[in-house]
Design a protein around this ligand. Structure first.
Ligand code: ADP
Ligand code: MG
Length: 270
């Protein structure tokens, strides 16, 4: 069965900061992403939903080149890349994606993972201040100030000297969000940021993410929190076995998607 594409729009918004065109990603002979296109407008929240194994994490990981697609085009915050079977090529100059381009991407795009991925041997302050020093060459003093600012923002400034092992999952995830913010990125990626949390810790993290959405940050998120997704998103993308089965406003996707598999996927939450 070919998923319906009738919910998909092919015209990108003019202010798109993320523009993926015909992305293909395979591992061995397993096609994980099979021609995925999507646009994210500046200052908007896009949530990717879909069954486990549909390629959501892979798609997100392609957005900051943790994974490299084999085919397609990607424009992320003015960095254009074209991928071919021979290897990635950069849009206008036809050069391979260079270390410099990769480094610029690392500065423009920050990711928050399901498992927090904090460095266990560093304090909270160390975890948040290290990336700006390492990746952006910010002075230690400035990085510490930045870190404290964003720790304040997520309500974790008081635990600046704690080590991750002494924090709850919700607190660790808030620190991980502060770490992403301290890079002052143009785009924030969240891959199931609350899936590893105890239920009573979910809301403290969703609250922080909601605050970031309200600030008008550009975010691309994967979550199974359907009510939350519906509430904060400007756009919902339903990924189905490596293709975009449906994409549109939350109202459209949650209330009257043309795509039957999408309707069935969200039915329990409706
Ligand atoms: P989702 O996040 O939607 O659950 P993923 O993007 O993690 O889906 O995975 C999609 C498919 O790709 C799965 O079948 C998974 O087993 C496969 N996959 C993901 N990463 C790898 C990898 N590094 N090597 C091989 N297969 C992978
Ligand atoms: Mg995943």
């Amino acid at each position: 069965m070919t998923p319906s594409s009738s919910d998909c729009t092919d015209t990108p918004p003019s202010s798109a900061v993320v523009e993926a065109r015909h992305l293909v990603k395979r591992y061995g002979d397993v096609d994980v992403l099979r021609d995925v296109s999507l646009s994210v407008a500046e200052g908007t929240v896009t949530t990717i939903i879909g069954a486990s194994g549909s390629g959501k994490s892979t798609l997100l990981r392609c957005m900051n080149l943790l994974e490299r697609p084999q085919q397609g085009q990607l424009t992320i915050a003015d960095e254009s890349m074209r991928f071919t079977a021979q290897g990635p090529r950069s849009g206008h100059t036809d050069m391979p994606v260079s270390r410099h381009q990769l480094q610029r991407l690392r500065v423009k795009v920050a990711m928050v993972f399901q498992q927090f991925n904090l460095w266990p041997h560093m304090t909270v302050l160390g975890n948040v201040s290290e990336p700006p020093v390492r990746v952006k060459g910010v002075s230690r003093r400035k990085a510490n100030a930045l870190a404290m600012h964003y720790l304040e923002r997520v309500g974790m400034a008081e635990r600046a000297d704690a080590y991750p092992a002494f924090l709850s999952g919700g607190q660790q995830q808030r620190v991980a969000i502060a770490r992403a913010l301290a890079m002052e990125p143009q785009i924030l990626l969240f891959d199931e940021p609350t899936s590893a949390l105890d239920p009573e810790r979910v809301n403290e993290v969703l609250g922080v993410i909601r605050g970031l959405a309200d600030e008008g940050r550009t975010m691309l998120m994967v979550t199974h929190e359907m009510a939350f997704a519906r509430d904060v998103s400007d756009q919902i993308v339903f990924l189905d076995r490596g293709v975009v089965g449906a994409a549109g406003s939350p109202e459209r996707i949650f209330e009257h998607s043309d795509n039957e598999r999408c309707r069935r996927f969200i039915a329990p939450a409706a």
